[in-house]
Design a protein around this ligand. Structure first.
Ligand code: FES
Length: 141
């Protein structure tokens, strides 16, 4: 009788805990590539940015004189979102005053490593953003 009661209570509490744990620790969904319509991005001025969805994370596209550069806009310290400061040409994380240069390299504050960089390719009417080194993997299939 006791094991039946304990089992029922465990099932009851786990039905509450599971969604809470899923909310607090969502699964990481990282795509191999994302395709964006180039018409939405072709009029960007140098050192302006636009956000895009990289799975369930924010991506940031930076237009520079030489073309487009893309990064996952998540700080490598404690996963806060970063933003680009065009006047300083740096990425900034407001959570703990973390700074990255325009190439995503961590230069000040607590971030332990560079921002995760993505590959960008213009393919006709599409701007295709690949996981770093994932361009060839995607084309194989
Ligand atoms: S989370 Fe970005 S500096 Fe701490």
């Amino acid at each position: 009788m006791n094991s039946f009661l304990v089992g029922g209570m465990a099932a009851f509490f786990s039905s509450f805990l599971y969604p809470i744990i899923k909310f607090l620790f969502p699964p990481v969904i990282e795509p191999d590539k994302v395709t964006l319509e180039y018409t939405d991005y072709n009029d960007m001025s140098p050192y302006t940015t636009q956000m895009f969805a990289w799975g369930n994370k924010p991506g940031i596209l930076v237009k520079k004189a030489g073309g487009y550069h893309a990064f996952i806009a998540v700080c490598t310290h404690l996963d806060c979102n970063v933003s680009f400061m065009p006047e300083k040409r740096m990425f900034y994380c407001a959570c703990h005053d973390g700074w990255y240069d325009e190439n995503g390299v961590n230069i000040a504050g607590p971030p332990p490593s560079p921002l995760k960089k993505l590959d960008v390719e213009l393919d006709g009417e599409n701007l295709i953003i690949f996981k770093k080194g994932g361009k060839n993997e995607t084309r194989k299939t």
